[in-house]
Design a binder for this molecule. Structure first.
Ligand SMILES: [Fe+2]
Length: 300
Protein backbone atom coordinates (compact mmCIF):
# COMPACT_ATOMS: atom_id res chain seq x y z
CA UNK A 1 0.00 0.00 0.00
CA UNK A 2 1.11 3.53 -0.71
CA UNK A 3 1.69 5.81 2.21
CA UNK A 4 3.59 8.98 2.78
CA UNK A 5 5.56 7.23 5.50
CA UNK A 6 4.07 9.66 7.97
CA UNK A 7 2.09 8.05 10.77
CA UNK A 8 -0.27 10.05 12.91
CA UNK A 9 -1.37 8.88 16.31
CA UNK A 10 -4.95 9.38 17.40
CA UNK A 11 -5.38 10.48 21.02
CA UNK A 12 -7.42 7.33 21.48
CA UNK A 13 -4.58 5.01 20.49
CA UNK A 14 -4.89 3.96 16.86
CA UNK A 15 -2.47 4.86 14.09
CA UNK A 16 -3.43 6.79 10.95
CA UNK A 17 -1.24 6.35 7.87
CA UNK A 18 -2.43 8.76 5.17
CA UNK A 19 -2.21 7.44 1.60
CA UNK A 20 0.04 9.35 -0.76
CA UNK A 21 -3.13 10.77 -2.30
CA UNK A 22 -5.53 13.67 -1.73
CA UNK A 23 -7.65 11.35 0.46
CA UNK A 24 -7.67 8.01 2.24
CA UNK A 25 -5.81 6.55 5.22
CA UNK A 26 -4.84 3.14 6.57
CA UNK A 27 -5.85 2.65 10.20
CA UNK A 28 -3.81 0.31 12.40
CA UNK A 29 -3.83 -0.77 16.04
CA UNK A 30 -7.60 -0.94 16.21
CA UNK A 31 -10.08 -3.77 16.64
CA UNK A 32 -13.39 -2.98 14.94
CA UNK A 33 -15.12 -5.72 16.93
CA UNK A 34 -14.50 -3.90 20.20
CA UNK A 35 -14.49 -0.19 19.66
CA UNK A 36 -15.16 2.10 22.60
CA UNK A 37 -17.34 5.15 21.94
CA UNK A 38 -14.50 7.69 22.29
CA UNK A 39 -12.39 5.73 19.81
CA UNK A 40 -15.31 5.56 17.39
CA UNK A 41 -15.77 9.32 17.65
CA UNK A 42 -12.10 9.86 16.74
CA UNK A 43 -12.47 7.38 13.90
CA UNK A 44 -15.60 9.12 12.60
CA UNK A 45 -13.79 12.42 12.59
CA UNK A 46 -10.88 10.85 10.62
CA UNK A 47 -13.46 9.41 8.19
CA UNK A 48 -14.85 12.89 7.51
CA UNK A 49 -11.32 14.18 6.88
CA UNK A 50 -9.98 11.33 4.74
CA UNK A 51 -13.17 10.09 3.04
CA UNK A 52 -11.83 6.51 2.94
CA UNK A 53 -10.49 4.44 5.84
CA UNK A 54 -8.74 1.10 5.28
CA UNK A 55 -8.51 -1.49 8.06
CA UNK A 56 -6.30 -4.46 7.20
CA UNK A 57 -6.78 -7.86 8.85
CA UNK A 58 -10.14 -7.36 10.58
CA UNK A 59 -12.02 -10.49 9.35
CA UNK A 60 -15.48 -9.29 10.40
CA UNK A 61 -18.40 -11.72 10.39
CA UNK A 62 -21.66 -10.60 8.80
CA UNK A 63 -23.14 -9.53 12.14
CA UNK A 64 -19.90 -7.82 13.26
CA UNK A 65 -19.78 -5.85 10.02
CA UNK A 66 -23.42 -4.79 10.38
CA UNK A 67 -22.77 -3.68 13.96
CA UNK A 68 -19.73 -1.63 12.88
CA UNK A 69 -21.53 -0.08 9.87
CA UNK A 70 -24.55 0.74 12.01
CA UNK A 71 -22.41 3.10 14.10
CA UNK A 72 -22.12 5.40 11.06
CA UNK A 73 -25.91 5.55 10.65
CA UNK A 74 -28.97 3.47 9.80
CA UNK A 75 -28.37 0.85 7.13
CA UNK A 76 -30.25 0.62 3.85
CA UNK A 77 -32.88 -2.06 4.56
CA UNK A 78 -32.20 -4.18 1.45
CA UNK A 79 -28.39 -3.88 1.72
CA UNK A 80 -27.51 -4.36 5.41
CA UNK A 81 -24.93 -7.06 4.65
CA UNK A 82 -25.08 -8.46 1.13
CA UNK A 83 -22.57 -10.48 -0.81
CA UNK A 84 -21.32 -8.86 -3.99
CA UNK A 85 -19.88 -11.87 -5.66
CA UNK A 86 -19.61 -14.06 -8.73
CA UNK A 87 -20.33 -17.11 -6.56
CA UNK A 88 -23.87 -18.48 -6.36
CA UNK A 89 -25.35 -19.56 -3.02
CA UNK A 90 -24.70 -23.20 -4.03
CA UNK A 91 -20.96 -22.47 -4.40
CA UNK A 92 -20.81 -22.62 -8.20
CA UNK A 93 -19.57 -19.66 -10.23
CA UNK A 94 -21.82 -17.30 -12.14
CA UNK A 95 -20.52 -17.58 -15.65
CA UNK A 96 -23.58 -16.82 -17.79
CA UNK A 97 -23.20 -13.38 -19.40
CA UNK A 98 -26.94 -12.82 -18.97
CA UNK A 99 -26.90 -13.47 -15.21
CA UNK A 100 -28.46 -10.35 -13.65
CA UNK A 101 -25.93 -10.23 -10.79
CA UNK A 102 -23.05 -10.26 -13.28
CA UNK A 103 -24.70 -7.46 -15.25
CA UNK A 104 -24.77 -5.33 -12.10
CA UNK A 105 -21.16 -6.27 -11.25
CA UNK A 106 -20.02 -5.36 -14.77
CA UNK A 107 -21.99 -2.11 -14.59
CA UNK A 108 -20.30 -1.22 -11.30
CA UNK A 109 -16.93 -1.41 -13.04
CA UNK A 110 -17.77 2.11 -14.21
CA UNK A 111 -17.31 5.09 -11.89
CA UNK A 112 -20.30 5.92 -9.69
CA UNK A 113 -21.63 6.91 -6.29
CA UNK A 114 -24.02 4.50 -4.58
CA UNK A 115 -27.79 5.00 -4.61
CA UNK A 116 -27.75 8.36 -6.41
CA UNK A 117 -30.61 6.83 -8.45
CA UNK A 118 -32.71 6.42 -5.29
CA UNK A 119 -34.78 9.19 -3.65
CA UNK A 120 -32.12 9.32 -0.89
CA UNK A 121 -28.44 8.88 -1.82
CA UNK A 122 -26.32 6.61 0.43
CA UNK A 123 -24.11 8.14 3.12
CA UNK A 124 -21.38 5.57 2.71
CA UNK A 125 -20.58 1.88 2.88
CA UNK A 126 -18.54 -0.67 4.78
CA UNK A 127 -17.00 -3.11 2.33
CA UNK A 128 -14.89 -6.13 3.18
CA UNK A 129 -13.10 -8.92 1.36
CA UNK A 130 -13.90 -12.55 2.17
CA UNK A 131 -12.50 -14.34 -0.89
CA UNK A 132 -10.16 -12.52 -3.27
CA UNK A 133 -8.99 -13.62 -6.73
CA UNK A 134 -5.28 -14.44 -7.20
CA UNK A 135 -4.86 -11.16 -9.06
CA UNK A 136 -6.90 -8.05 -9.91
CA UNK A 137 -10.42 -7.50 -8.54
CA UNK A 138 -9.37 -4.19 -6.94
CA UNK A 139 -11.77 -1.41 -5.96
CA UNK A 140 -10.86 2.09 -7.12
CA UNK A 141 -11.88 5.37 -5.48
CA UNK A 142 -11.66 8.96 -6.59
CA UNK A 143 -11.78 12.16 -4.53
CA UNK A 144 -14.56 14.37 -5.86
CA UNK A 145 -13.64 17.20 -3.45
CA UNK A 146 -10.25 17.51 -5.09
CA UNK A 147 -11.87 17.15 -8.53
CA UNK A 148 -14.12 20.12 -7.75
CA UNK A 149 -11.22 22.20 -6.39
CA UNK A 150 -9.19 21.48 -9.55
CA UNK A 151 -11.87 22.61 -12.02
CA UNK A 152 -11.26 25.72 -14.09
CA UNK A 153 -13.10 28.73 -12.76
CA UNK A 154 -15.07 28.87 -16.01
CA UNK A 155 -16.33 25.28 -15.67
CA UNK A 156 -17.07 25.79 -12.00
CA UNK A 157 -19.26 28.76 -12.87
CA UNK A 158 -20.94 26.84 -15.71
CA UNK A 159 -21.97 23.91 -13.51
CA UNK A 160 -22.68 25.74 -10.25
CA UNK A 161 -26.44 25.86 -10.83
CA UNK A 162 -26.82 22.69 -12.94
CA UNK A 163 -28.33 19.37 -11.93
CA UNK A 164 -28.56 15.94 -13.54
CA UNK A 165 -31.01 13.08 -13.35
CA UNK A 166 -29.68 9.79 -11.96
CA UNK A 167 -30.96 6.39 -13.02
CA UNK A 168 -29.66 2.83 -12.70
CA UNK A 169 -31.94 1.75 -15.53
CA UNK A 170 -30.35 4.43 -17.73
CA UNK A 171 -26.76 3.50 -16.85
CA UNK A 172 -27.30 -0.25 -17.26
CA UNK A 173 -29.09 0.27 -20.61
CA UNK A 174 -26.25 2.48 -21.84
CA UNK A 175 -23.85 -0.43 -21.27
CA UNK A 176 -26.24 -3.00 -22.79
CA UNK A 177 -26.56 -4.62 -19.36
CA UNK A 178 -30.32 -4.41 -18.75
CA UNK A 179 -31.43 -6.72 -15.95
CA UNK A 180 -34.46 -8.98 -16.27
CA UNK A 181 -35.22 -8.98 -12.53
CA UNK A 182 -37.51 -11.94 -13.15
CA UNK A 183 -36.54 -15.42 -11.98
CA UNK A 184 -33.33 -13.77 -10.86
CA UNK A 185 -31.46 -13.46 -7.57
CA UNK A 186 -31.04 -9.77 -8.25
CA UNK A 187 -33.79 -8.15 -6.22
CA UNK A 188 -34.21 -5.21 -8.54
CA UNK A 189 -32.90 -2.62 -6.04
CA UNK A 190 -32.80 0.74 -7.80
CA UNK A 191 -35.00 -0.28 -10.72
CA UNK A 192 -38.42 1.21 -11.46
CA UNK A 193 -37.81 4.36 -9.43
CA UNK A 194 -40.93 6.42 -10.10
CA UNK A 195 -39.63 9.97 -9.81
CA UNK A 196 -36.14 9.87 -11.36
CA UNK A 197 -33.95 11.81 -8.88
CA UNK A 198 -32.47 15.15 -9.86
CA UNK A 199 -29.20 16.05 -8.09
CA UNK A 200 -26.92 19.11 -8.26
CA UNK A 201 -23.57 18.66 -10.06
CA UNK A 202 -21.91 20.42 -7.14
CA UNK A 203 -22.65 18.94 -3.75
CA UNK A 204 -21.84 20.58 -0.43
CA UNK A 205 -20.98 17.93 2.14
CA UNK A 206 -23.65 18.08 4.87
CA UNK A 207 -21.11 17.62 7.70
CA UNK A 208 -17.92 19.32 6.50
CA UNK A 209 -19.45 21.87 4.11
CA UNK A 210 -16.75 21.06 1.57
CA UNK A 211 -17.89 21.13 -2.04
CA UNK A 212 -17.50 18.10 -4.29
CA UNK A 213 -18.30 17.27 -7.89
CA UNK A 214 -21.27 14.88 -8.17
CA UNK A 215 -21.63 12.99 -11.44
CA UNK A 216 -20.85 9.31 -12.12
CA UNK A 217 -22.31 6.74 -14.50
CA UNK A 218 -25.91 7.14 -13.36
CA UNK A 219 -26.04 10.87 -14.24
CA UNK A 220 -27.81 12.04 -17.41
CA UNK A 221 -30.27 14.59 -18.73
CA UNK A 222 -29.22 17.99 -17.37
CA UNK A 223 -32.32 20.22 -17.49
CA UNK A 224 -31.75 23.23 -19.75
CA UNK A 225 -29.14 21.52 -21.94
CA UNK A 226 -29.64 19.49 -25.10
CA UNK A 227 -29.26 15.72 -24.69
CA UNK A 228 -26.00 15.89 -26.64
CA UNK A 229 -24.52 18.79 -24.66
CA UNK A 230 -25.63 17.21 -21.40
CA UNK A 231 -23.94 13.90 -22.20
CA UNK A 232 -20.76 15.64 -23.40
CA UNK A 233 -20.57 17.71 -20.19
CA UNK A 234 -21.18 14.73 -17.89
CA UNK A 235 -18.65 12.59 -19.79
CA UNK A 236 -16.02 15.31 -19.59
CA UNK A 237 -16.61 15.88 -15.85
CA UNK A 238 -16.39 12.14 -15.19
CA UNK A 239 -13.12 11.87 -17.13
CA UNK A 240 -11.69 14.94 -15.43
CA UNK A 241 -12.62 13.61 -11.98
CA UNK A 242 -10.60 10.41 -12.44
CA UNK A 243 -7.91 11.86 -14.69
CA UNK A 244 -5.35 12.72 -12.02
CA UNK A 245 -3.50 9.99 -10.09
CA UNK A 246 -3.28 12.23 -7.04
CA UNK A 247 -6.99 11.82 -6.44
CA UNK A 248 -7.43 8.18 -7.51
CA UNK A 249 -6.57 5.22 -5.27
CA UNK A 250 -6.94 1.60 -6.29
CA UNK A 251 -7.17 -0.85 -3.41
CA UNK A 252 -5.67 -4.31 -3.91
CA UNK A 253 -7.64 -6.54 -1.56
CA UNK A 254 -6.36 -9.04 0.96
CA UNK A 255 -8.97 -11.25 2.65
CA UNK A 256 -9.95 -9.69 5.96
CA UNK A 257 -9.58 -6.09 4.79
CA UNK A 258 -12.41 -3.75 5.73
CA UNK A 259 -12.97 -0.36 4.06
CA UNK A 260 -15.42 2.39 4.89
CA UNK A 261 -15.97 5.20 2.41
CA UNK A 262 -17.89 8.44 2.38
CA UNK A 263 -20.27 8.19 -0.58
CA UNK A 264 -21.01 11.92 -0.38
CA UNK A 265 -17.57 12.92 -1.66
CA UNK A 266 -15.97 9.89 -3.39
CA UNK A 267 -16.76 7.94 -6.54
CA UNK A 268 -15.73 4.30 -6.81
CA UNK A 269 -15.68 1.39 -9.21
CA UNK A 270 -14.98 -2.32 -9.16
CA UNK A 271 -12.00 -3.37 -11.27
CA UNK A 272 -11.84 -6.29 -13.67
CA UNK A 273 -10.87 -9.80 -12.62
CA UNK A 274 -10.95 -13.25 -14.18
CA UNK A 275 -14.54 -14.43 -13.61
CA UNK A 276 -13.35 -18.04 -13.50
CA UNK A 277 -11.97 -17.17 -10.05
CA UNK A 278 -14.24 -16.49 -7.06
CA UNK A 279 -14.42 -13.04 -5.50
CA UNK A 280 -16.69 -12.66 -2.47
CA UNK A 281 -17.19 -9.24 -0.93
CA UNK A 282 -19.53 -8.17 1.86
CA UNK A 283 -21.25 -4.81 1.44
CA UNK A 284 -23.18 -2.86 4.10
CA UNK A 285 -24.75 0.33 2.78
CA UNK A 286 -25.18 3.24 5.19
CA UNK A 287 -28.38 5.18 4.50
CA UNK A 288 -28.18 8.87 3.69
CA UNK A 289 -29.72 11.57 5.82
CA UNK A 290 -33.29 11.83 4.50
CA UNK A 291 -32.99 15.60 4.20
CA UNK A 292 -29.32 16.15 3.25
CA UNK A 293 -29.24 13.31 0.69
CA UNK A 294 -32.73 13.74 -0.76
CA UNK A 295 -33.03 14.40 -4.48
CA UNK A 296 -33.94 18.02 -5.12
CA UNK A 297 -37.12 17.04 -6.98
CA UNK A 298 -38.28 14.74 -4.20
CA UNK A 299 -39.76 17.34 -1.89
CA UNK A 300 -43.55 17.42 -1.85
FE1 LIG B 1 -21.00 0.87 -5.81
Amino acid sequence: METMGETLHSDTGFKIEPLDKTFGAIIRDINLKELEENRFEALYSAWLDYGLLIFPGQFLSKSEQMAFARRFGDLVEELKAVHISNVKPDGSLRDAPDDDMMKIIRGNMHWHQDSTYMPVQAKGAVFSAQVVPSQQGDTAFSDMRDAYDALDEEVRTEIEELSAHHSLEYSQRLLGEETKAENSEYLGYGMNVENVPLRPLVKAHPETGRKALAVGRHAFGIPGLSEERSKALIDSLNSFAVGDDRRVYQHRWTAGDVLVWDNRCLMHRACEWDFSEPRVMLHSRIAGDPIAEAAINDHP
